[in-house]
Design a protein around this ligand. Structure first.
Ligand code: CS2
Length: 487
């Protein structure tokens, strides 16, 4: 039997259900990017706020790219389950906060109408780093991007996040306060979205750009929860636990964190009910999380991909890769300023425990995607700062070599194909593959300003990187990572 409003009561008795009348919910919030992360993160904080009695915050969820999730959720009256797993423990709940699921290309009028509705005062976004169309070298709006070019030519029929937001705001009565909360893993994510959205809007209608600048609040946020993409296996496992088929079920870790800059226009859900921390300055939290969690994640992903290890927990259980992951985290920890009152060493230990959680299958192929977007945020600021202070970060530098090697290879060390999914990678991969030596490969890679910036990289660092590439090519990842014993 499929999960729906009518059948939810027959879910397994241990599964928590919405303890409020969903029919009373208004549509106070719109979310763009209806993936697993939103449904297991912001939607649950919103669910907690609703649970505390505030029925304004039903969520209109929007998918921009693929129809499957909106269709699956609509067939389930927008109900879905989140099951938290760690070790033998599993805790499930059915979430009721989502009230509508729209696929924008088929429901654009409804989507922009939902954003324009003055009853909605919050829009949240999870569209991945590349979903904002920031030009990698200039950090400005990438006006050469085909979606942006399309939207600038047809602002009333947009297909990009920026285009949809701008079209919705344009229809919104002026004076109705709005906050847009970016929940993607970018430094200064709210400020970045503000800049790109106003740049886009200024080309559509300068008055709209001014309005966004004056009236819309775009707080910065740090979001954290490990939410693997669903697989047939995770959906089947969820079905066993629920006693119902849920095509949108999520199996994720118990940990969750949301730190939000307290800068809103108008009302917002009391996300504190779900444990969100409102603060004046998110930056230290962001840097700590982006470097220590996401930075370590990416290093694990490329090492594991090269070695043919499918999951993060599998990599952590490998003696060489597990030790390497700890080393990367230590390298990154050394570059981090703790948020006030925070014990970063404890944070690091807790992260390592989370990464070892074998009850969730977090695929290294998923994390390895979009490296050209992720590496400049997760590794390069820490590397730059360290090199400027003449400090070598042995594990982090090896991580960078792994990524470059990964981009150079068609197959992993077991001879299985490596399929890098990263629209920004082809020019960098071509530069690497055209090199006539490892030194030349490093020179060509670091000259790729879209990822590595324009400032020169020190010679001793380039030499170390070239030596790492040689070890990788001749002796493989385990040899590079088993240092100092074997190198
Ligand atoms: C991961 C993140 O896929 C990735 O790149 O590093 O999705 C990570 O799981 C989350 O940011 C955890 O909060």
């Amino acid at each position: 039997m499929r999960l729906a409003q009518r059948t939810a009561c027959s879910a397994d008795a241990a599964v928590q259900r919405p303890g409020y009348a969903r029919s009373r919910l208004s549509r106070g919030m719109v979310h763009i990017g209806l993936g697993a992360f939103h449904r297991a993160h912001q939607a649950l904080y919103t669910e907690a706020a609703i649970h505390d009695g505030d029925t304004r915050w039903g969520i209109v969820g929007v998918s921009l790219r693929e129809p499957r999730m909106a269709r699956a959720l609509t067939a389930q009256d927008c109900l879905y389950a989140v099951i938290e797993r760690q070790g033998a423990e599993a805790k499930g709940r059915i979430v009721g906060a989502l009230v509508q699921a729209l696929y924008a290309p088929h429901a654009l009028e409804q989507v922009t109408g939902a954003i324009a509705d003055p009853a909605a005062s919050v829009v949240t976004c999870t569209v991945t780093e590349k979903g904002y169309h920031r030009h990698p070298s200039t950090s400005d709006l990438d006006t050469s991007d085909p979606d942006i070019r399309h939207d600038l030519a047809h602002p009333d029929a947009p297909r990009s996040t920026l285009g949809v937001l701008a079209a919705g705001i344009r229809r919104r009565p002026s004076g109705a306060p709005l906050s847009i909360v970016c929940c993607d893993n970018m430094a200064d994510n709210g400020d970045t979205l503000r800049k790109l959205l106003t740049q886009y809007a200024s080309q559509v209608d300068p008055a709209l750009a001014r309005r966004i600048d004056d009236e819309v609040a775009l707080p910065n946020t740090m979001v954290d929860r490990i939410v693997p993409a669903a697989t047939p296996a995770s959906l089947n496992w969820a079905q066993q636990r629920l006693g119902l088929r849920d095509e949108a079920a999520i199996v994720c870790e118990p940990f969750t964190q949301w730190v939000i800059e307290d800068r809103f226009a108008g009302a917002r859900p009391a996300w504190e009910a779900g444990g969100a921390l409102m603060t004046g300055d998110v930056r230290t939290f962001q840097a700590m999380k982006l470097r220590m969690l996401n930075g370590t994640h990416s290093a694990i992903a490329y090492a594991a991909q090269l070695c043919g290890i499918g999951t993060v927990a599998g990599a952590m259980a490998d003696p060489v890769l597990g030790a390497f992951a700890r080393g990367v985290m230590e390298d990154l920890l050394a570059t981090v300023t703790a948020p006030p009152g925070y014990d970063v060493a404890r944070y690091a230990n807790a992260l390592l425990c989370r990464l070892r959680n074998a009850a969730i299958a977090h695929h290294t192929a998923q994390i390895a995607t979009d490296g050209t977007q992720k590496v400049p945020v997760r590794w390069l600021p820490a590397l730059r700062e360290s090199l400027a202070a003449d400090i070598e970060r042995p594990c982090l530098e090896r991580a960078l070599a792994l990524w470059l090697h990964y981009l150079r290879c068609d197959t992993n060390e077991r001879g299985e194909p490596l399929a890098a999914s990263d629209p920004g990678a082809p020019p960098l991969a071509a530069a690497l593959r055209g090199a006539d030596s490892d030194t030349d490969a490093v020179r060509r890679a670091l000259a790729h300003g879209a990822v590595f910036g324009d400032a020169p990289w020190p010679k001793h660092f380039r030499r170390r990187l070239a030596a790492h590439l040689t070890v990788l090519r001749e002796r493989g990842a385990a040899a590079l990572l088993s240092f100092p014993a074997t190198t």
